[in-house]
Design a protein around this ligand. Structure first.
Ligand SMILES: C[S@@+](CC[C@H](N)C(=O)[O-])C[C@H]1O[C@@H](n2cnc3c(N)ncnc32)[C@H](O)[C@@H]1O
Length: 347
């Protein structure tokens, strides 16, 4: 396993997640000391600045560590291309190159909930990334170790294990935050937005994506399946998601179109013509399937959705209100079937 060389620039940004006070080095190079007697380990060069958290957050942390260790099952060129096309559209960048160049023109970029760096790799793992900016991937789980293996060779790339609700950085430490599909996996999406805004400098940009609240039947099924998985091991939950993925595949295989002649208000459904599998997926139950991805990659998407205990869904109005409370001006909000993508600037 790779070991990170802790950059002095990152070392200067680190703070006690409990108090935001600065951390002292000790005679032991693998320990950071906080005022009040608390200390935090540095393991394989990665600072582990984790405060305590509740049981559901622990479960969420654990299932993502499990998922991101399956490194040979989420990175096919087809999946990356599909993700890249979607991200460029929702964040409003013209090309992968424009996205990379934008981030490399910043100074300090925090990736909240970086996981193994899958989403970040789409702009970071590029010849256009010169490391003029510093990228700091931060995740509550040991996925940061996987991130280091995958992206640690790139210039000015660092990882920290830390919690989005108590980020181990001082106020205004970053001029850019990227957080793809994370803030809703914490105990409170609103609190996670506020905590991100705390470590963002005035005028800094916060780019994030969170889940959107769906139609009532889909919401019901989401809660039901999540509860069903709660008492299973990660392996059993993965197997359960294989069965569900087969349903997605079977529905997609029908290649049927569904016509709703008018809105069905009581079910929150809009009139229109839909691909049957997409309609089921968006409105009845998330049974993801995409033909261009491998079977296990499809299982990843369903596991990622149903397995974490925390997976809040919110409305665009809620997200707007939480941004306003956190002193963030929303510059761009893209609402699609699955979620809400925001670019906001700190006042
Ligand atoms: C769906 S994954 C997204 C990973 C990455 N952003 C990407 O798009 O490739 C969600 C990630 O959020 C992390 N996460 C959940 N709760 C967190 C918290 N409180 N603080 C930091 N990371 C958290 C999980 O460990 C997981 O890696």
């Amino acid at each position: 396993m790779k070991t990170q060389t802790l950059s002095p620039d990152l070392r200067a940004l680190l703070a006690d997640p409990e108090t935001q006070q600065s951390l002292a080095t000790t005679s032991n190079p693998e320990v950071l000391q906080a005022p009040g007697g608390r200390s935090y380990p540095i393991v394989r060069g990665i600072p582990r600045l984790l405060p305590g958290h509740d049981e559901a957050q622990g479960q969420t942390q654990d299932c993502f560590a499990f998922k991101w260790e399956k490194t040979d099952t989420y990175d096919s060129p087809e999946t990356k291309k599909m993700a890249l096309d979607w991200y460029l559209k929702k964040y409003g960048f013209e090309s992968a190159g424009a996205w990379t160049s934008f981030y490399d023109s910043r100074k300090y970029i925090l990736d909240i909930g970086c996981g193994s760096g899958f989403s970040a790799s789409l702009w970071l793992d590029s010849p256009l990334w010169k490391g003029k900016a510093m990228y700091v991937g931060t995740d509550i789980s040991t996925a940061v170790d996987v991130g280091l293996q995958r992206l640690g060779h790139l210039p000015n790339v660092q990882f920290v294990q830390g919690d989005a609700l108590r980020l181990p950085y001082g106020d205004g430490a970053f001029d850019t935050i990227f957080s793809e599909g994370v803030l809703h996996h914490t105990p409170s999406t609103a609190a996670a937005i506020a905590e991100g805004a705390r470590v963002l400098a005035k005028g800094g940009q916060f780019h994030f994506y969170v889940y959107k609240k769906k139609a009532p039947l889909r919401e019901f099924a989401d809660d039901h399946v999540r509860d069903e998985l709660a008492n299973l091991s990660n392996e059993e939950a993965w197997e359960a998601m294989r069965a569900l993925t087969e349903l997605g595949k079977a529905l997609a295989g029908l290649k049927q179109t569904l016509v709703l002649p008018r809105d069905i208000k009581v079910l929150g459904l809009k009139e229109g013509t839909f691909d049957l599998q997409r309609f089921f997926y968006n409105n009845i139950g998330k049974v993801f399937w995409n033909d261009t991805m491998t079977f296990e990659e499809n299982v990843h998407i369903n596991f990622d959705w149903y397995r974490p205990a925390y997976a809040h869904r919110q409305t665009p109005e809620q997200v707007s209100a939480w941004c306003a409370e956190a002193n963030l001006d929303v510059q761009r909000m893209e609402v699609d079937d699955s979620g809400i993508t925001v670019i906001a600037t700190k006042r």
